[in-house]
Design a binder for this molecule. Sequence first.
Ligand SMILES: Cc1ncc(COP(=O)(O)O)c(C=O)c1O
Length: 398
Amino acid sequence: MSRLEQRIQPELEQFIQQGTYKRLNFLDSPQGPRVRMEGRGEVILLSSNNYLGLSNEPSVVAAGKEALDRFGAGTASVRFICGTFTVHRALEAACARLVGTAASPSFVSAWNANEAVPGTLLTENDLIISDQLNHASIIDGIRLAKAITKCRTAVYQHGDLADLDARLAAASDRQVKMVVTDGVFSMEGAIAKLPDLIELCRKHEAVLVVDDSHATGVLGDHGRGTAEHFGVVGELDIITSTLGKALGGAAGGFVAASAAVCDYLTQRARPQLFSNALAPTVAASSLASIEFLEAHPERVARLRENAGYFRDQLLGLGFKPLPGQTPIIPVILGETSAAIQMSDLLLAEGVFVTGFGYPVVPQGQARVRCQISAAHSRDDLDQALAAFRKVGRQLRLI
Ligand SMILES: Cc1ncc(COP(=O)(O)O)c(C=O)c1O
């Protein structure tokens, strides 16, 4: 065993003893309200970001197949050399149109998009302030930006506008102040208070960056995201988002912003300059997803209805999910092992809901997180609720 393996092997064993070891489940069917899971058969999926059910939508799948024939499998190049295809241009125009900005360069993931923004745009004269519960990709993007640019960094208490105000006020020496928040916090389902954040950022002349990965296709009557939810489309400085959740469940991400910011990213963003562009098949499926969304706002309404129904029924059973308005519905259980146990028992009942523990969520706040899709039928949801009732009673939670 190498020295490295000697160090990590006992840790792996400890994960197993503590009941925190993650076992991968293998699917053998497309993402959908019900999936075929190896060794389990058909299970109801309440653990997917496929919020609109688009990952297996016929027009989305067909667009990927057509692109495969037209453009081939890969880009074989980074964007600025010869990896940009006409389908990238069409996709980027559609992303910008959807979220209401001038431009929107694509990235191979939202992780990459979040990494690109601070590291490319900030300098040692600047400050970036991040909500305490922001996604790991934002946190790591900031850590990287600090190492690369020597910018100053800070964290404000989750959703605490007074704390943010004070920190911005204390940073008047900074040339650029950048505030970054998730639009929808993925582990809580909470929505960032955008109107207040916009006002505060204007007061301090700060740039507001919103990661809308769990809001694009989900919030607002037309799925245009957190800005549409609050009626402030066009008022955000920078939006990052994923093409891998509501928008088709494929992969990829984008940064939507002014023409100048996007142009600068195209000139300088290292994750784009030194990594192959999004595969054309994926770009085409994502473009078809956006076109589907634009033509079918009723899918977003259906998602909202399903999420409201599931939340109300869970409450009726005696569970206490975190309050919220999004299709992310977490039930807090405390210890990581409790969340994993509940997830295992639900899976034995044919319902797949992932349990999350430390370090993904804070110590003592482990949870199972339900994610509802527009594709779930009432029957799917009722069957899942019956499993929750059985397991909830077994664990004396209700
Ligand atoms: C808030 C948030 N941002 C970014 C990402 C990363 O998205 P991608 O899978 O496109 O890298 C995720 C995915 O979990 C997320 O939840």
